[in-house]
Write a protein that binds this ligand. Structure first.
Ligand SMILES: *[C@@H]1O[C@H](CO)[C@@H](O)[C@H](O)[C@H]1NC(C)=O
Ligand SMILES: *[C@@H]1O[C@H](CO)[C@@H](O)[C@H](O)[C@H]1NC(C)=O
Ligand SMILES: *[C@@H]1O[C@H](CO)[C@@H](O)[C@H](O)[C@H]1NC(C)=O
Ligand SMILES: *[C@@H]1O[C@H](CO)[C@@H](O)[C@H](O)[C@H]1NC(C)=O
Ligand SMILES: *[C@@H]1O[C@H](CO)[C@@H](O)[C@H](O)[C@H]1NC(C)=O
Length: 273
């Protein structure tokens, strides 16, 4: 790119008409992605998607529970008081994942949302996919989810740079876990302690020996995996088809080993979209 500009400039033709940028473009930074998740959370709180629509591509792909919807008519039009939120930021793909817990008596929800922005600049929202779990979904109890997720506050913190895993290592840990459901011979890099929050079910008791290796259903193919990976937080979210269900599996990985798993499973079959 620079050499192309230099060679163009050396031709002389553009010397007086080509203004070189004074600073590199901001690109897809953590700051930008954080601002986007703030916009998303504010939109859900207000029940007003207009700030997201303002940055959305005209060709925005929006789904709820893997069903194509109009963003202007979906869950973002319902004001929801958010009791807990946690986001991960993927500057490589220019994407984010946010977990929202809403304990409202009338509209309790636990929502997981992947947002994908234009590569490089991050200026435009290209795709938004939400799983909106509610009473009747797998293990749903927003009060319980809030209790456990809040107890983990302070444990999903930034990992010091020398200890950060590569994207490949983080994804491989998630893939091993997801593969286990269809192949009991897979070696999963279990960490200790490790806890799984599935809906509102929690596998541990906050002891140093908590283990995630407490069994998974067998014969479940987990496919259509869509990843958001944050090396700083050592976390990957996978939106997947879990057998037949829309599902999110989010993993905190430390030094290659799984420490926390959060899952959302919508009790409805995936339909094509
Ligand atoms: C989405 O809904 C809004 C509000 O009703 C409407 O203006 C817009 O045309 C719809 N978009 C699509 C793609 O149907
Ligand atoms: C989201 O969580 C952060 C702490 O992680 C908190 O400071 C912020 O107020 C929360 N936002 C909302 C809308 O609750
Ligand atoms: C949800 O969990 C809370 C806290 O564990 C419990 O008090 C409540 O009874 C549960 N609600 C339902 C509907 O099971
Ligand atoms: C936590 O659970 C383990 C089994 O996973 C059990 O051995 C231990 O006694 C429990 N600890 C407490 C404090 O309940
Ligand atoms: C969902 O899919 C399963 C397996 O294909 C099927 O047995 C079940 O009837 C379906 N349920 C609904 C609600 O469509």
């Amino acid at each position: 790119m620079i050499s192309t500009l230099v060679s163009l400039l050396s031709l002389g033709a553009f010397q007086f008409t080509l203004a070189l940028p004074t600073a590199p473009s901001a690109g897809c930074t953590r700051e930008l992605l954080q601002a986007h998740t703030d916009t998303y959370i504010a939109a859900q709180t207000a029940g007003d998607p207009s700030a997201l629509l303002a940055i959305a591509s005209p060709n925005l792909i929006y789904t709820e529970d893997f069903v194509a919807r109009n963003l202007s008519k979906g869950v973002l039009t319902t004001p929801l008081h958010i009791n807990h939120n946690r986001s991960i930021l993927d500057t490589t793909q220019c994407a984010t994942y946010t977990e929202l817990i809403i304990t409202s008596a009338t509209t309790p929800r636990v929502i997981g949302t992947q947002l994908r922005f234009s590569p490089g600049s991050g200026a435009q929202l290209l795709q938004a996919e939400s799983l909106v779990t509610q009473p009747g979904d797998w293990g749903f109890n927003a009060t319980g989810a809030l209790y456990y997720a809040s107890r983990e506050d302070g444990l999903w913190t930034p990992i010091p740079t020398p200890d950060q895993d590569s994207r490949q290592v983080i994804q491989a840990a998630a893939d091993a876990y997801l593969d286990l459901f269809n192949d009991p011979t897979v070696k999963v890099p279990w960490g200790t302690p490790c806890d799984r929050l599935e809906g509102s079910f929690y596998t541990g008791n906050f002891s140093a020996t908590d283990s995630c290796n407490v069994g998974v259903p067998s014969g479940v193919n987990i496919f259509n995996r869509k990843y958001v990976i944050d090396e700083v937080l050592g976390t990957v979210d996978c939106l997947v088809t879990f057998g037949t269900r829309p599902d999110s599996h989010e993993f905190r990985v430390e030094k290659g080993k799984i420490r926390f798993v959060h899952t959302l499973t919508v009790m409805r079959n995936v339909t094509a979209y």
